[in-house]
Design a protein around this ligand. Structure first.
Ligand code: HCA
Ligand code: CU
Length: 403
């Protein structure tokens, strides 16, 4: 059977079932809370406000910040709440009445409380029994609801919690009309199928019309993004991110990867301004001084560089041969790398940029010369405007691209 489509990624989308399971999945960004838990990161109040504005304008649905860390965080939380952004601002605090009071004093309308409910968290951290934990959690939930506020409850260390206890806690929260429950893989131990099973179990235990599920996955083995997306396939409708994936230890999924995955391969309808992704990453890297690894997907400098001769030959005709999206749609740029791997087509392009008339023989000589120099990569170039324009006209920009 031959399926005919204009979209070069058509068959990939068929394998992914992207057209079948389209559903709206929103993003909560936790750069200001989880992100600041990354070693070496501490924003100023002014930086936090700027990041919140940028995230809001980018289009995330919720932004999380903790007011209880310091006086400075308290001030940031109050000020960000006052900005009247479109995104909900969630004050993230421990599940205690005194922490909730701090969140309320900030003017928060959304409060996210968390409690470690696995046996190891109950014994090593809270030093209470499951029964005591349940009483405390429900008291706090009732307390928030008595104030007429919206609430999320995080079942911290959910992936290592006894399933009966986890589902019982979720059912109780559900019955109290808690708007959202977060199911985190706090230690990053899950594989995608495991995260799917965990979220599905919770989803089936509650009435999802009363309570929606968030997934929050840590990246200790590098599976955070895959696990988070698996959780969304199982019933969660919101995924947690931070800009560049910073967070406790090795962090959580990056905003850029999640935003592109949701848009391109999950076909989730959204209003995200993907072209801001590179700038968001640059802004945060200026504030953290941690830099952006050049190989980082979407926002890294090498994300859309092409080097091998066979790749260059194709890219110069139609970049879709080796790109899944037009780099400008995520605020990045395409570059080609000239050096010993460039080959005849790369060499011919270089000669044409220099305004030199070329025949095949000259291009081959230059390609051989570059190989014999053994100098590795000699230069990197953006495609010239004329060719970029031609490519943009030939292959439609952005997400759906022509063959
Ligand atoms: C933490 C724990 C947390 C909470 C996640 C959430 C986790 O550092 O306080 O509230 O959704 O990973 O379990 O980040
Ligand atoms: Cu976390």
């Amino acid at each position: 059977m031959t399926l005919i489509s204009e979209d070069v990624n058509y068959y990939a989308h068929q394998y992914n079932s992207s057209d079948r399971d389209k559903k709206i999945i929103t993003i909560l960004d936790s750069t200001l809370r989880e992100g600041e838990q990354h070693p070496g990161i501490s924003f100023t109040t002014k930086q936090r406000i700027q990041i919140a504005w940028m995230l809001d304008s980018f289009g995330v649905d919720q932004i999380e910040i903790s007011p209880v860390i310091s006086g400075d965080h308290l001030l940031s939380t109050k000020t960000i709440i006052k900005q009247g952004l479109r995104a909900d601002i969630l004050a993230h605090v421990r599940a205690t009445k005194s922490d909730v009071d701090v969140a309320i004093s900030c003017g928060a309308t959304w409060i996210a409380t968390y409690m470690g409910i696995s046996d190891v968290h109950l014994s090593a951290k809270l030093k209470i029994t499951r029964e005591e934990a349940k009483i405390r959690a429900l008291e706090v939930a009732d307390y928030i609801k008595a104030h007429g506020l919206k609430a999320r409850f995080t079942m911290e260390d959910a992936s290592r919690t006894e399933p009966e206890f986890l589902t019982e806690m979720c059912r109780e929260m559900n019955a109290r009309g808690i708007e959202r429950i977060s199911i985190p893989d706090t230690v990053g131990i899950m594989r995608p199928r495991g995260m799917f099973n965990l979220v599905k179990m919770v989803y089936e235990a509650i009435d999802p019309s009363r309570t929606s599920l968030d997934v929050h996955c840590h990246n200790d083995i590098g599976l955070a993004l895959a696990n988070g997306l698996a959780g969304c396939e199982a019933g969660a409708n919101q995924i947690h991110t931070t800009i560049d994936g910073f967070g406790e230890r090795t962090g959580i999924p990056s905003l850029a990867e999640v935003a592109v995955a949701l848009t391109l391969i999950y076909k989730s309808t959204n209003r995200l301004k993907l072209y801001m992704l590179k700038d968001l990453s640059k802004t945060v890297s200026q504030y953290t001084n941690l830099g952006i690894p050049e190989s980082r997907p979407i926002v890294g400098d090498s994300a859309y560089k092409h080097k091998a001769g066979t790749h260059l030959a194709a890219i110069l005709r139609n970049p879709s041969a080796y790109e899944i999206l037009e780099p400008k749609t995520v605020g990045n740029r395409r570059k080609i790398v000239f050096g010993e791997l460039a080959g005849k087509n790369g060499a011919a392009y270089l000669l044409s940029l220099l305004g030199l008339q070329t025949d095949e023989h000259e291009a081959e000589t230059l390609a051989r010369g570059m190989k014999d120099l053994r100098m590795g990569d000699i230069l990197e170039l953006y495609l010239d405007d004329r060719l970029e324009r031609k490519i943009l006209n030939d292959a439609s920009p952005g997400i759906g691209r022509k063959k």
